[in-house]
Design a protein around this ligand. Structure first.
Ligand code: FRU
Length: 493
């Protein structure tokens, strides 16, 4: 029973057992959200990669399915994407039964062992029965390696304007775009990123998609994961906003500094779902909730790693430039217990006077939200405590325009020197009222500010449940409303 495993999330996806990393091949088809993932079924650490597989009809309840893709003579199956080939451009199916096609990286260990550089190349597999059975394409690889060590993680989309497929591929320190009429033959279009963005490590898992802002303008967003070089060490995901014309991506980010999707340490390699119906219109994202610095040594036994909550991405225009928001999908509300267990209203916090709420948070899974008037506030802090004197803290430093996260005294930390380190992100506090949301699930805390304008995801391994909450401010603060709600356990089938 997974309920006895202390750190097993109850409403985040985890493999039933063994090792998982990146989410892969997310595609929506006939009422099902597919989630494939980097999976090694023989160990709780990384190894020869497969694509694990699960489906959901609501992004909350996941059903485990048999492994989708196994390694073969061409190599292990690294990250990639999946699409529905509606027009049957590939010829693998028919218009009546369009094929689901996975485009992924082969990593050939035998070629790597020979000391060569060309061991990563792209292949295809297709399914004609809703992703249950897969056939590898006989003409693999479809995109051979040009002699570059890091040549992987194809994310493919249909580019309607020119009726062709576009692939974004991570190539060492940049993204290359390729185009194809049929997914089988690929032509190089352009490269992006050599002189821009974060380059603390290798570029991985790109994703290019269109997003419509509230004002109706459409922009293109390019996600790029980088490892290492994240804002708080290790792996993290940056993004660019600009234009794409079927050939080239033009970046319009206003700063030279990288812009991070999530300022926590534990949201990596995230990409978005393909083929979400237009009438839904959402751009849905999910990330791997860990960090390459310590992913293989986190203190879980039977399995390793979870995904983040699925998030809806959106674009907001502010003074002529665009910013991307990301917040948990609305389906999350359906797993909340009806009524808040705990509610606080109109609480005045005086300068440096702590307010402690015993029993305000209980159990291994909950959601808390706060609306705070920060007009006279210098810092506002929320701390969760347990019976063992462990704590985890969030501090909004309004004067410094920074949000800090402290897990240094939060239970198990000694499995890696890179786990309990200062974690922070920049956020400019412009509004009078600030909304803070916390999603706790056994061993992770996802923090969102102002409907996803700021995202911060961190793993935390306390040795007992949190049982009290401490609020504190420097300067005055007014908690207009705060509530704590339990979350119904979602047991994966
Ligand atoms: C990112 C990554 C990808 C690669 C996969 C291998 O976490 O390194 O670039 O395809 O993991 O498991």
């Amino acid at each position: 029973c997974i309920c006895k495993e202390n750190y097993r999330p109850k409403y985040h996806f985890t493999p039933d057992s063994m090792w998982m990393n990146d989410p892969n091949g997310m595609v929506y088809y006939e009422g099902e959200y597919h989630l494939f993932y980097q999976y090694y079924p023989d160990s709780t650490v990384w190894g020869p990669m497969h694509w694990g597989h699960a489906v959901s009809t609501d992004l909350m309840h996941w059903e485990h399915l048999p492994i989708g893709l196994y390694p073969d003579s061409l190599g292990w199956i690294f990250s990639g994407s999946a699409v529905i080939d509606w027009k049957n451009t590939s010829g693998f199916g028919s218009k009546e039964n369009p094929p689901m096609i996975a485009i992924y990286t082969y990593h050939s260990q035998s070629i790597e062992k020979e000391g060569r550089n060309d061991f990563q190349y792209q292949g295809l597999a297709y399914s004609l029965d809703k992703g249950r059975n897969w056939t590898k394409y006989k003409g693999n690889p479809v995109l051979p390696n040009p002699g570059i060590r890091d040549f992987r993680d194809p994310k493919v989309m249909w580019y309607e304007e020119r009726q062709k497929w576009i692939m974004s591929l991570a190539v060492k320190d940049h993204v290359s775009f390729y185009s194809s009429p049929d997914l089988k033959s690929w032509k190089h279009e352009s490269d992006f990123g050599l002189n821009t963005g974060g380059h603390g490590g290798v570029w991985e898992c790109p994703d290019l998609f269109k997003l419509k802002a509230e004002n109706g303008t459409e922009k293109w967003v390019l996600l790029v994961s980088v490892n290492p070089g994240g804002p708080n060490g290790g792996s993290a995901t940056q993004y660019f906003i600009g234009e794409f014309d079927g050939h080239e991506f033009r970046n319009e980010n206003s700063t030279m500094d990288p812009i991070w999707l999530d300022y926590g340490k534990d949201n990596y390699a995230g990409v978005t779902w393909s083929d979400v119906p237009q009438k839904d219109g959402r751009r849905l994202f999910i990330g791997w909730m860990s960090n390459w610095q310590y992913a293989t040594v986190v203190p879980t036994k039977k399995w390793r790693s979870a995904t983040t909550l699925p998030r809806e991405l959106s674009l907001v225009e502010k003074g002529g430039h665009y910013e991307m928001f990301g917040k948990p999908v609305k389906e999350f509300d359906s797993i909340l217990v009806d009524k808040p267990t705990e509610k606080i209203e109109n609480l005045e916090l005086n300068d440096n006077v702590e307010e402690v709420f015993k029993g305000a948070v209980k159990g291994t899974v909950w959601y808390a939200s706060y609306m705070v008037d920060i007009t006279e506030t210098k810092t506002f802090s929320i701390q969760l405590n347990n019976s063992l004197n462990e704590n985890v803290g969030i501090k909004l430093d309004i004067e410094a325009n920074r949000i800090e996260f402290d897990r240094n005294n939060a239970g198990k930390i000694d499995f890696s020197p890179e786990f309990a380190v200062p974690i922070s992100g920049r956020y400019s506090f412009k509004q009078k009222n600030i909304k803070v949301e916390l999603f706790w699930d056994a061993s992770s805390l996802e923090l969102f500010i102002n409907e996803g304008q700021f995202q911060m995801t961190n793993l935390v391994f306390p040795k007992d449940n949190w049982n009290s909450m401490k609020l504190n401010s420097v300067g005055k603060a007014k908690v207009i409303e705060a509530s704590y709600v339990s979350v119904n356990q979602v047991v994966n089938k």
